[in-house]
Ligand binder design. Structure first.
Ligand code: SAM
Length: 265
């Protein structure tokens, strides 16, 4: 199902607006979920891509694209936000890693020939576009036979439009409540990197989200021709929770993220 209600041009405008603040804060390490949960877990999930031709779909300002390039992958990054890619390209000029960046949607990869990548990765981006079917089709086309797609998204079953935490009498987080799981209406989420000590003075990001059910993600992959190889729902370890108590609720109650690995036969 392709979402209507918000165009890709509108999505790009939102991300252009976010780009300055996003790049600054991600580069300063204030995206704690990336630093302390997702990157350790998802990079382990992806494994070694050294020497491979890899497309990063929805690469943003290129933080993780650069991580993979430094570990030996031959990286190309695409993003729909021109502004995000300006930051990515400026960094490539400052520290050349051989990364090619293209402004385009991951649902329209027509600037790349068929079978031109060994792997496609996507970090927390595919839930932010209206056309997952188009993205799956295009990614499948640009992968070589035997190539694999690895992506992370916010978990469609828990991070729904209506999710929130209850609090107990002492103001501690209690249980996760979830609602609106079946809603397919795009909405704009507003949030901050709350660990930024300057967060009070920083405007929240405005992020368009296109909700889908787990069934829609998996069915789209299967109908496109992918073979699902692995899924993971990252759970912080006890040690990580001791060091970062804010992670505890994501160990005790639910998982915030979902990873999938799918192969082109
Ligand atoms: C949450 S950010 C993640 C960026 C990057 N992957 C990272 O880990 O820092 C989501 C990114 O997806 C991009 N995006 C949203 N829709 C897109 C689309 N249809 N095609 C390509 N990029 C898109 C946004 O511009 C934004 O840079």
């Amino acid at each position: 199902m392709k979402h209507s209600g918000m165009s890709e041009d509108e999505v790009a405008r939102y991300w252009d607006e976010n780009a300055d603040s996003w790049s600054d804060q991600v580069r300063k390490g204030w995206d704690y979920y990336r630093e302390y949960l997702n990157n350790p877990a998802f990079l382990r999930f992806i494994g070694d891509l050294a020497g491979k031709r890899v497309l990063d779909a929805g690469c943003g300002e290129g933080h993780n694209t650069r991580l993979l390039a430094r570990s030996g992958a031959r990286m190309t990054g695409v993003d729909i936000s021109r502004k995000m890619l300006e930051f990515a390209r400026a960094e490539e000029q400052r520290e050349p890693l051989g990364i090619r960046y293209e402004v385009t949607s991951f649902s329209d990869l027509s600037s790349f020939p068929d079978a031109s990548f060994d792997a496609v990765v996507s970090f927390m981006a595919l839930m932010d576009g209206p056309d997952f079917e188009g993205a799956a089709r295009e990614i499948f086309r640009v992968l070589r036979a035997g190539g694999e797609l690895f992506f992370s998204i916010t978990h469609p079953c828990f991070n729904t439009k209506g999710y929130s935490w209850t609090v107990d009498a002492d103001d501690n987080p209690g249980k996760l409540t979830v609602s609106d799981y079946f809603s397919d209406q795009p909405f704009v989420e507003r949030w901050k990197f709350s660990k930024n000590p300057d967060s009070k003075h920083v405007d929240p990001f405005a992020i368009p989200v296109f909700p889908r059910t787990l069934t829609q993600y998996v069915t789209t992959l299967i109908q496109t021709g992918f073979v699902l190889k692995a899924i993971e729902e990252p759970r912080p370890s006890e040690e990580a929770c001791k060091e970062h108590p804010w992670l505890q609720r994501w160990r005790d109650h639910a998982t915030l993220f979902l990873y999938m690995r799918a192969a082109k036969p």
